[in-house]
Write a protein that binds this ligand. Structure first.
Ligand code: MN
Length: 237
């Protein structure tokens, strides 16, 4: 590409990226200097509910801080790193298939960016709805019953030492439960549990400490009330 048109292309690409990500000032600086085109940018999904909609299971202030501070920072940080470290991966899938090659900072922030998008899209206003149809069938086939599944998932989330996530994944025709440390997820090439993520629970203290303090089991117990089983069903393809 000829130099001027290349610059224009980069500026257009970065402007489009800046419109949907945090960290615009950093990108503006990159444009002013010698720009490096970002191969890819993570985007923060719009929250599919209002902060207070998950009350009393998850309180409004926790949701607000979690979304606007914690999650936004992971997005901003990984998008800056993609530029400064010249990370070449162009999709989330490619990013995580190469997770073991990333720096710890890139791995943690890329995971944090994706995991929280997945987390928000797994939640809805409290209901007594339980999974039905293909989700219920798969859970019953893999774990015996919904209650047994719930007990096993709760156990994985409770016992994850320190910060991390509990996961339900699809691996072939089977569903599996496991957990990961930090912001790792089951798409990582070096994950402790691998498969197609169906459901993920954030058990970092920032996800529950304001309301539940040290009582992680109470948070997990309340979280079941706000799981969006329709979202889980859509992931079962
Ligand atoms: Mn979190």
């Amino acid at each position: 590409m000829e130099n001027n048109s290349r610059r224009k292309f980069i500026q257009t690409s970065l402007a489009a990226t800046a419109a949907v990500t945090v960290g615009n000032s950093f990108i503006a600086n990159a444009i002013a200097g010698e720009p490096e085109a970002a191969a890819f940018a993570f985007k923060q999904v719009p929250l599919p509910f209002k902060y207070a909609d998950l009350e009393p299971s998850i309180d409004a202030l926790t949701n607000e801080i979690h979304y606007t501070k914690h999650h936004a920072t992971y997005i901003k940080t990984i998008n800056e790193l993609i530029v400064t470290d010249k990370i070449p991966y162009k999709t989330e899938k490619e990013f995580f298939a190469n997770a073991s090659k990333l720096s710890a900072k890139a791995r943690n922030n890329a995971g944090g960016a994706w995991n929280h998008n997945f987390f928000w899209e797994s939640l809805k206003a409290p209901s007594t709805a339980a999974p039905n149809g293909k989700v219920a069938d798969a859970i019953n086939a893999s774990f015996g019953s919904f209650d047994k599944f719930k007990a096993e998932f709760t156990d994985a989330a409770t016992k994850r030492f320190g910060s991390g996530w509990a996961w339900l994944v699809k691996d072939g025709s089977k569903l599996k439960i496991g957990s990961t440390a930090n912001q790792d997820n089951p798409l990582f090439d070096n994950a402790e549990i691998k498969g197609t993520p169906l459901l993920g629970l954030d058990v970092w203290e920032h996800a529950y400490y304001l309301k539940y303090q040290n009582k992680r089991p109470d948070y997990i117990n309340a979280w079941w009330n706000v799981v969006n089983w329709d979202a889980v069903a859509k992931r079962m393809v």
